[in-house]
Design a protein around this ligand. Structure first.
Ligand SMILES: NC(=O)C1=CN([C@@H]2O[C@H](COP(=O)(O)OP(=O)(O)OC[C@H]3O[C@@H](n4cnc5c(N)ncnc54)[C@H](OP(=O)(O)O)[C@@H]3O)[C@@H](O)[C@H]2O)C=CC1
Ligand SMILES: O=C1CO[C@H](CO)[C@@H](O)[C@@H]1O
Length: 333
């Protein structure tokens, strides 16, 4: 393995061209060597980012022996198919969130990646921003007392609804899978616990059938209560709040600090009447690429484990069942 992981990009997706290709190029241990797409704009993108190889199909890129890893930013319903194909071609895989459409599909992806000895990770880039490490430090310092509750929200007003993968049911659209998944992920990760009971409500778009507002309540295995909401129909928010017996922590740019001021913000408020804000810088997309590339170079599995990805999909399945049936769902940990 060379010192730099050689990446291939499957598609000219918005997230590739605006965010991830530059992030891979900023990473010290990675380089973009190829991009594949049937779309004509691929040539302009390759030229803009000086990407040496252009393939007209994803399959051709997977057949390139020079490529070590692929980034998969395809519509959600295609994540499983192309992760499996990439694994069978012995490529390591960073696949966009949500890893797949259901727990069974994620289990299958884990199995195939194991069989082919490749590592893969669902691209929850937000977790690489150092602000969350700081939140964990504050939580364990006892400054806010015993944690009792967490609230997470991710919303934005989706202006362009025609020809948008987020609005297509058959492509795995809807606000829960697109952005609610961050709320669920951060609740599980920050609280170090899993939901045991949950109740979720969704409002569905009349024409498209995808959820455009989803909110839910989760009882966590450690007794903490959690609330989340996500929407394509609201003012933009991407924040969480952790409430303890003596104070609270607010992270006001939790998931996409890059589209706001670029910095993380951790606000701590305590019963002593003290409030302070810590501004924490972090290039979360680049940090994610550097972390994953280093895992490949060192031949070690990412700390965001296969089991955690399966569990994430299991909780999203339960949320969808609750929203569809109106029932409270119990989960086994
Ligand atoms: N981590 C993050 O911050 C973000 C993650 N995402 C995730 O990335 C993925 C892509 O999102 P986004 O960039 O918004 O997607 P886009 O709609 O911009 O791009 C999706 C790409 O997939 C390819 N494609 C293949 N089949 C289809 C199809 N039937 N319909 C539409 N596109 C198709 C196209 O590439 P081509 O024609 O070039 O082959 C297209 O450019 C999603 O999983 C999403 O959840 C999205 C935004 C931010
Ligand atoms: O993963 C994502 C993060 O941010 C976007 C909104 O700001 C989402 O739509 C997207 O799919």
């Amino acid at each position: 393995m060379s010192k730099k992981v050689r990446w291939g990009i499957l598609s000219t997706a918005h997230i590739s061209r605006e965010t991830m290709i530059p992030a891979i190029q900023r990473a010290e241990n990675a380089e973009v060597v190829a991009i594949a797409s049937g779309n004509d704009r691929v040539h302009e993108i390759a030229e803009r980012f000086h990407i040496p190889k252009v393939y007209s199909t994803y399959e051709q890129l997977l057949n390139d022996p020079e490529i070590d890893a692929v980034y998969i930013p395809l519509p959600n319903h295609m994540h499983m198919k192309w992760t499996i194909k990439a694994a069978e071609h012995k490529k390591h895989i960073l696949c966009e969130k949500p890893a797949a459409l259901c727990e069974d599909d994620v289990r299958r992806m884990v199995e195939v990646c194991r069989e082919n000895s490749v590592i893969w990770m669902e691209a929850f880039m937000y977790q690489f921003h150092p602000q969350h490490k700081r939140v964990k430090e504050i939580m364990s310092s006892g400054e806010i007392g015993i944690v009792k509750s967490m609230r997470a929200s991710f919303s934005f007003y989706l202006v362009e609804r025609e020809n948008n993968i987020r609005m297509e049911k058959s492509l795995g659209g809807g606000s829960l899978l697109d952005i609610g998944c961050y709320c669920i992920h951060s609740i599980r990760s920050l609280l170090h616990a899993e939901p045991v009971i949950l109740s979720v409500h969704s409002t569905f778009d009349h024409m498209k059938g995808v959820d455009i507002v989803t909110s839910g309540w989760l009882q966590m295995s450690n007794g903490v209560h959690a609330l989340f909401d996500c929407s394509f129909d609201m003012f933009g928010r991407n924040e969480y709040e952790i409430i303890g017996t003596k104070g609270k922590i607010v992270v006001s740019r939790a998931y996409r600090p890059d589209i706001q001021q670029g910095n993380g913000s951790v606000i701590v408020q305590t019963t002593e009447g003290k409030t302070r804000e810590e501004i924490i810088k972090g290039d979360q997309y680049c940090l994610q690429v550097e972390y994953f590339s280093q895992c490949i170079i060192d031949g070690v599995a990412p700390s965001y484990s296969n089991e955690a990805m399966i569990q994430q999909a299991k909780v999203l399945d339960a949320c969808r069942i609750s929203a569809k049936t109106g029932k409270v769902i119990e989960l086994t940990v």
